[in-house]
Design a protein around this ligand. Structure first.
Ligand SMILES: Cc1ncc(COP(=O)(O)O)c(C=O)c1O
Length: 384
C-alpha cells in the first residue's frame, strides 16, 4: 500500500483555514503562483513540434539553452552532450535509485539529507533500496563524516540539495563532490532553487568538475512553470549517457512544445530577476508578520521558504492532537491566520520542531493573513 501523500494529511487544517472570510491562504506546497513570461506561453503555442515524437534526451535547442544558462548565470561550462531532459525533476529524483540499481545490483543504498524533500527517500523505497539519512552539522551542511563505511560501500548515490528544501540551507558542494569521488559514489545535486540563492551567488556542484556528479535543474521554480513539467540533468558524461539511454527505452519524453518553451525561458534572465525581488520582499515581510505574533523566522540562505522554529509554548504544551508541536503550530496558524503551512516532520524527523511556510501567494493574500494574525499572539492563544 502506498503511504498517504504528505500534503493529503493537511486536509483538516485546510478546512479550518477555509472558515475565515476570504478563505484559506495556502502556503503549504511550493507551487508558484506568479505568472510565467508571456513569450514562454507564446512559444508553447507556436513551436510546431506537436506531430512528431520529441527527443527523449532533449532537443539540441533545449540542451544548448541549458548549457548557455549555466555558463551565463553560474560560470560553468557543461557540454551539450552531457545534458539530458527530464519531465520535471520529481520523476527523475524518484527514478534514479531504481535505474542505478539496474546497473549496479550489488549496491542497495540511497544516501540523502536527514531533513529533506521526501522524494529522495521515496525513490529509495520504490527501488526496494535502503534509504539512509545523513544528519546535518549545526551550520546546516551534511555531516558526511557520519556516513558509515558499510553504508558508503553499499551506496548507489548521495543526494544533496542546495539551496535546500525545506530549510533553505546552502550545502558544501565541494565537500559533497570530493566525498563522492573518494568513495566511488555518484553525487546527485538537486539545484532547483539555485536562482533563489540569497547568501552569495548561486552555486552548482558542476563548479567542481563533472566527474562522478550530476546537477539536477528544474524550470518549475525558476520560471513559474511547474505545470509545464520541464527539467534537465547535467554532469558526468557516463552517468548522463546511461540514464538518458535507459530513459529513452522506457519512454520518458518531455513534450516537444514544452521543450521549446523551456528553451525560451532558459534564454531569459529578466523574469527571474523580477521574481527574485518578489520572493525576497515576501520573505522579509512575512517574517515580520510572524514575528509580530510571537513566532520567530530567520531569512533563509536560499529558496522561497521560511523555516520557522515552533515557539516554546507549543513544545511545552504538546497539544490535544498529540501529533507534536509542528502540527499544533500548523493548527494554530490555520485557526488564527486562515493560513495553511507544512509541519516540518513532513521532511523527516529532524523537522519536528519547525513548520515550512512557502511564500507562493500574491502579496494581497499574504496581507490578508497579516490582518488576521494582527490580533493573535502565541502566548495568549495556546492557553485558550
Ligand atoms: C528540492 C526539490 N526537488 C525537486 C522538486 C521537484 O520539482 P519539479 O518536479 O517541479 O521539477 C521540488 C519541488 O518542490 C523540490 O522542492
Amino acid at each position: 500500500m502506498p503511504p498517504v501523500y504528505p500534503f493529503d494529511k493537511l486536509t483538516v487544517f485546510a478546512e479550518l483555514a477555509q472558515r475565515h472570510e476570504g478563505g484559506a491562504v495556502d502556503l503549504s506546497i511550493g507551487t508558484p503562483c506568479d505568472p510565467p513570461p508571456a513569450e514562454v506561453l507564446e512559444a508553447l503555442a507556436t513551436s510546431g513540434s506537436e506531430r512528431g515524437y520529441p527527443a527523449s534526451v532533449g532537443t539540441v535547442e533545449l540542451r544548448e539553452a541549458a548549457s548557455a544558462w549555466m555558463s551565463r548565470r553560474f560560470g560553468v561550462e557543461a557540454a551539450v552532450s552531457a545534458i539530458a531532459a527530464c519531465v520535471g525533476t520529481k520523476e527523475l529524483v524518484a527514478g534514479v535509485p531504481h535505474w542505478l540499481r539496474l546497473r549496479t545490483p550489488g549496491r542497495d543504498t540511497v544516501l540523502y539529507p536527514l531533513l529533506s524533500y521526501p522524494t529522495y527517500e521515496m525513490g529509495a523505497i520504490l527501488a526496494q533500496c535502503r534509504a539512509v539519512a545523513v544528519p546535518a552539522r549545526p551550520d546546516g551542511t551534511m555531516d558526511l563524516s557520519s556516513i558509515l563505511p558499510e553504508d558508503a560501500g553499499r551506496a548507489l548515490c548521495l543526494w544533496v540539495n542546495s539551496p535546500g528544501n525545506p530549510g533553505g540551507q546552502l550545502e558544501d558542494l565541494a565537500a559533497a563532490a570530493a566525498w563522492g569521488r573518494s568513495h566511488g559514489v555518484p553525487v546527485f545535486s538537486d539545484e532547483c532553487y539555485i536562482e533563489f540563492t540569497w547568501a552569495g551567488p548561486g552555486r552548482t556542484i558542476l563548479e567542481y568538475g563533472p566527474e562522478g556528479v550530476v546537477a539536477v535543474h528544474s524550470l518549475s521554480k525558476r520560471s513559474n512553470l511547474a505545470g509545464l513539467r520541464a527539467g534537465f540533468f547535467a554532469g558526468d558524461p557516463d552517468l548522463v549517457e546511461y540514464l538518458s539511454s535507459l530513459r529513452r527505452h522506457a519512454g520518458f519524453m518531455v513534450p516537444g512544445p514544452v521543450q521549446h518553451a523551456a528553451a525560451v525561458a532558459l534564454r531569459d534572465d529578466a523574469h527571474v530577476d523580477r521574481q527574485r525581488a518578489i520572493y525576497l520582499e515576501r520573505l522579509t515581510r512575512f517574517a515580520e508578520v510572524l514575528s509580530d505574533s510571537g513566532i520567530r523566522a530567520q531569512p533563509p540562505g536560499g529558496s522561497f521558504y521560511l523555516w520557522v522554529a515552533v515557539p516554546e509554548q507549543f513544545v511545552a504544551d504538546a497539544g490535544p492532537s498529540g501529533a507534536g508541536p509542528a502540527w499544533e503550530l500548523t493548527r494554530w496558524l490555520a485557526e488564527h491566520g486562515g493560513v495553511l503551512v507544512t509541519p516540518g516532520d513532513t521532511y523527516g524527523r529532524a523537522g519536528a520542531g519547525h513548520v515550512r511556510v512557502a511564500l507562493v501567494q500574491p502579496d494581497q493574500r499574504l496581507e490578508l493573513v497579516a490582518r488576521r494574525l494582527s490580533t493573535a499572539r502565541i502566548s495568549s492563544a495556546t492557553s485558550s
